[in-house]
Design a protein around this ligand. Structure first.
Ligand code: PCA
Length: 204
């Protein structure tokens, strides 16, 4: 089974993105799955275009997108992507859409098609805090998941797709007065390995 795993570059006030650091360290044995890693810019349209190009090129069986969710303490497996862009801060190319649909005349939302509950269970059983999340936000991560699921749906592709938000890592919050939660990078990497394995083995 081939799985395309993506992460984002740093955005906003951060100089690194925890998803990108985790992707660098992710190792999955070939007998579990063959993974293709892709780094995406935190840019609304471009990230989606690069992802669909990679889907065309690599023809994966599943796509797992990963992004940083500052303020969250657990690994959060996203259930749904909604058809809206409502940015609190500009993306890395200065685009700041407010209340703009991602796709005209398209569904209001798509559900993730990876086994979200099985992922939460397996990651939690490894001692790593994990939860289902019912919102991927309204920024670039939500747009990427929506874009992936829409592309897969309109082209009737046999590809599962999902999104995992990960907390900040400790080096990102050093020196901050009001520290947001953080998770050790080794735990984030381990959670992603488990998510890949569960994507292969299936479940609900
Ligand atoms: N997190 C942002 C975009 C890039 C990232 O890592 C988000 O949650 O939308």
């Amino acid at each position: 089974m081939k799985i395309l795993v993506t992460a984002f570059d740093a955005f906003g006030d951060d100089s690194v993105n925890s998803s990108s650091e985790a992707l660098d360290a992710l190792f999955v044995p070939e007998e579990t799955a063959s993974i293709v890693k892709l780094k995406l810019p935190t840019v609304f349209g471009k990230s989606e275009m690069l992802l669909t190009d990679a889907i065309k090129e690599h023809k994966p069986d599943a796509v797992l997108c990963v992004g940083q969710a500052s303020g969250r303490a657990a690994i959060t497996i996203e259930r749904v992507a909604i058809n809206i862009m409502d940015a609190r801060i500009a993306d890395n190319e200065g685009f700041k859409p407010v209340d703009v649909p991602i796709e005209a005349d398209a569904p209001a939302a798509y559900f993730s098609t990876v086994p979200i509950k099985a992922m939460v269970k397996a990651i939690s059983e490894a001692g790593i805090p994990a939860e289902v999340s019912n919102t991927a936000g309204t920024y670039v991560c939500n747009r990427l998941l929506y874009g992936a699921l829409h592309y897969i749906a309109v082209n009737s592709l046999p590809i599962r797709a999902g999104f995992i938000h990960v907390p900040c890592i400790p080096k990102q919050i050093e020196g901050m007065d009001k520290k947001p939660p953080a998770m050790e990078p080794e735990l984030i990497v381990r959670a992603l390995e488990i998510a890949v394995r569960v994507t292969v083995t299936g479940g609900a």
